[in-house]
Ligand binder design. Sequence first.
Ligand code: SF4
Length: 310
Amino acid sequence: LAKVKCSYCDKPAIYYDGKKYYCKEHFLEYFKNLAFKAIKEFNMFSPGDRVAVAVSGGKDSVSLLHFLTKHKDELELKEVVGLAIDEGIKGYRDVTLNYLKDFAKKHNLKIKIISFKEEIGLTLDEMFELTKKYNLGYWPCTYCGVFRRWLLNKYAIEHFDVLATGHNLNDEAQTVILNLAEHNIKDLAKGGPVTGIKRHNKFIKRVKPFYYITEKETTIYSIVNKLNVPYIECPYARGAFRIYVRDLLYKMEHVRELHENIIKKYLSFRDKLQKRYNFELKTCKICGFPTTREICQACQLRLTFQKLKE
Ligand code: SF4
């Protein structure tokens, strides 16, 4: 793009969306318009909302925390705080959390760190050692995801009105394809740009302001704003099927249009799916948080690990 000019001014273009060229300033305007479009169309926020942003340390969540903090007044939000979970993964989470703390200081952002060790009594590494010792055959992502979701919901419902996540258009289109391919219709019904409303009084409303923004666009946003996110892969990361679907969608022509079409089609039948799979949420007898069982998965796993530890 070195010699191509922006479609709106004489400055050099840094991005092409398949239709128009954008210089840095016009790219930021385009990015903001896409995020505000999703925020308004799906009623993500109300005036005075206290917003928690789930921050993993990756470019999407860091960009979202930066974006919402920057536009806090325009969106009439009372507060924007990043919530980071310290699972206790040596060589990975300690590094990303150090980066996050520096980043927050530099950009004047608020961050709250919630740790597995303090809340559950064990780090993820310690849990993995126990599952190996007792030959339980659980891969860390299984319990990591359960505890992370439980802790984020628990902390967010106690202190905030909304929990925002950095999922982008690519993530969402991949999730639709994966759920269809695996015939995971209940998860398909649970997805979308806004979830968690009126399902249980202890279930935080979750929103995805980057729903219409591609992965490439969040990467450019993070570069333009010098968010310098180091890429480190979690040592337990797997997910070959998602990577396969991601690469497959990327290889197709008209990438943005293709992802938008998948999402449009999905949104056209999501309400019907939700009505059909109108799963009632119960209240966990131990922690009081929402679940589809008598005792939630997080409490079941917590009890298992506590017993193994003794
Ligand atoms: Fe947790 Fe698995 Fe993600 Fe690592 S890859 S942070 S273990 S869910």
